[in-house]
Design a protein around this ligand. Structure first.
Ligand SMILES: C=CC1=C(C)c2cc3[nH]c(cc4nc(cc5[nH]c(cc1n2)c(C)c5CCC(=O)O)C(CCC(=O)O)=C4C)c(C)c3C=C
Ligand SMILES: [Fe+2]
Length: 487
């Protein structure tokens, strides 16, 4: 099974895998290969290798997506035109899987999907999609509790249904049954669906012995103001896509699939910048205006997999994880409200001191005018009066792995905005999602430190919390979590 791979320029995150097994080679799928005319000429590729803004010189316009004469597209051109996403280029296709425009239409010419719509993330990969996939423009998080009377058997059937739906929708196909038509006309649009199990799932299904220790409840933090009704849950699903309708379509399908087996516990919606909104691929900004994600671990780093994923050889005696968590990861999910009116009162200098990085380009405050986002932070450097250039309580100083015994996590958030409160204050902030092989070594260690004196804490409020075990990706013919539910 293909791994997901490598760093991309959109936020320093990674890309999709390749279930064709063709690696970097790119070939056009033959018509009649099982999909309808809309998808017959899809091209898939992995996006391994270095990717920097200079790697992406050619911008193609929507509609300029057809294959070049000869039917092959160079890997460089693919990367350059489609950005950092793992992709399958829909060389043809009006709403892949829904059927192309009928031949009786006034124009039987098939209009190619734009690159954004054509991007496809693979479902059958070693690590579940939606973990190292580049940030998507739209996100939906939904947690479920199993219904009274539903147990292991019903949970297994549900995960089987959900996996099949995720596979189909991620490929741009319609749901197996009663498709709502919401995504009609659109391609896969980098849709990902990721599944996780919460602590309470295991007692409800009689699987307590299989519950990882890493799912033990997170400790209380002094700054927490958690709403328990919007926290935790037996099952958690993360949906991301670069198109709002594609993402919502997946949310509806997942909810409908739950049927009488599980009921919704909470649901949240988020967003990120749309691909193509900036002149070149850049690290994301959050709703405080900061460049956020700069120092995320990169898949090209030698210890990336060991920090973010449970080893393939997981066992209680080696990694401390149950075997069914091989290639899995633990997600910590926190709804963090930003107190934006208070934040906006600060001067630019005060805002930059809170983080320890420049607001304009994310460069460390120790770097001087020539510094860039990636210039190493000098923790000791002082100004002429002997003051540290990166303040002692700056968020980006105290959250660093080298200040926390090596603790690292992959942050993959969505911003949220749920309207404006009666007092005129925006209900907005960050759906903070971080992935790690061990949540105690990762999130808990850093959050304990932040809780003791992060300059940012005056301007944020943790309002809900969840911790989920996301198993490894499903092999062909398998569903996510099968090794737990049928092991
Ligand atoms: C417990 C983990 C973390 C929480 C909660 C958290 C909240 C949070 N962070 C920002 C903005 C930024 N964070 C940045 C860096 C950063 N943050 C964490 C962890 C948590 N953040 C880590 C591990 C790091 C990286 C540290 C490093 O290795 O240098 C930055 C700087 C740019 C970057 O590297 O991403 C910003 C900006 C907000 C707004 C927020 C809650 C709303
Ligand atoms: Fe942070």
């Amino acid at each position: 099974m293909a791994d997901q791979s490598t760093t991309g320029p959109r936020g320093g995150n990674d890309i999709t895998g390749d279930r064709t097994g063709k690696g970097n080679s790119t070939s056009l799928g033959a018509p009649g290969s099982g999909k309808n005319a809309a998808t017959a000429a899809r091209v898939r590729t992995t996006t391994n290798g270095p990717q920097s803004p200079t790697d992406a010189p050619e911008l193609r316009r929507d509609g300029d997506t057809g294959p070049p004469p000869g039917g092959t597209i160079s890997r460089r051109r693919l990367l350059g035109t489609a950005g950092a996403t793992g992709l399958a280029l829909g060389a043809a296709g009006a709403g892949a899987g829904y059927g192309a425009a009928s031949s009786s239409d006034s124009s039987s010419k098939v209009t190619p999907l734009s690159f954004l719509g054509a991007n496809e993330v693979m479902f059958h990969v070693k690590h579940q999609p939606g973990i190292t996939t580049p940030l998507q423009a739209r996100g939906h998080l939904i947690a479920f509790d199993l219904a009274a009377g539903a147990g292991r058997k019903e949970a297994a059937a549900l995960l089987r249904r959900w996996s099949e739906t995720a596979r189909r929708l991620m490929a741009g196909e319609a749901s197996a049954q009663d498709d709502t038509g919401i995504a009609r006309d659109a391609g896969p649009s980098s849709l990902t669906v990721t599944f996780g199990f919460g602590h309470s799932f295991f007692a409800r299904t009689g699987l307590e012995k299989q519950r990882p220790e890493s799912l033990d409840p997170l400790p209380d933090f002094s700054s927490d103001q958690l709403d328990r009704t919007r926290s935790n849950g037996d099952l958690w699903v993360q949906i991301g896509a670069d198109d709002a309708l594609v993402a919502f379509h997946a949310l509806r399908a997942i909810q409908k699939d739950a049927g009488s087996a599980a009921r919704v516990r909470w649901q949240m919606n988020g967003f990120n910048r749309s691909p193509g909104a900036t002149a070149h691929p850049m690290t994301a900004r959050n709703l405080m205006g900061q460049v956020d994600g700069t120092r995320n671990p990169k898949p090209t780093e030698s210890d990336f997999n060991e920090r973010i994923f449970v080893p393939a050889s997981a066992s209680p005696s080696t990694s401390g994880d149950p075997e069914w968590m091989a290639n899995g990861s633990y997600a910590v999910v926190r709804r963090i409200r930003m107190l934006l009116d208070d934040w906006d009162q600060l001067s630019l200098k005060e805002q930059e001191d809170v983080i320890g990085r420049r607001k304009s380009d994310g460069a460390a405050l120790s770097g001087g005018t020539k510094a860039t986002e990636t210039t190493e932070m000098d923790l000791e450097k002082t100004d002429s009066q002997g003051n540290l250039l990166v303040p002692i309580n700056a968020h980006a100083r105290i959250s660093r792995p080298d200040q926390n015994g090596g603790a690292a996590m992959l942050r993959r958030p969505f911003s949220f905005h749920d309207g404006i409160d009666a007092d005129g204050v925006p209900d907005a902030g960050l759906l903070f999602i971080c992935w790690q092989a061990d949540p105690v070594r990762g999130f808990v260690t850093v959050q304990r430190k932040l809780d003791r004196g992060d300059a940012l804490s005056k301007y944020i409020r943790h309002e809900s919390s969840g911790l989920y075990a996301a198993p490894g990706g499903a092999a062909e013919g398998e569903y996510v979590g099968q090794r737990l539910l049928e092991g």
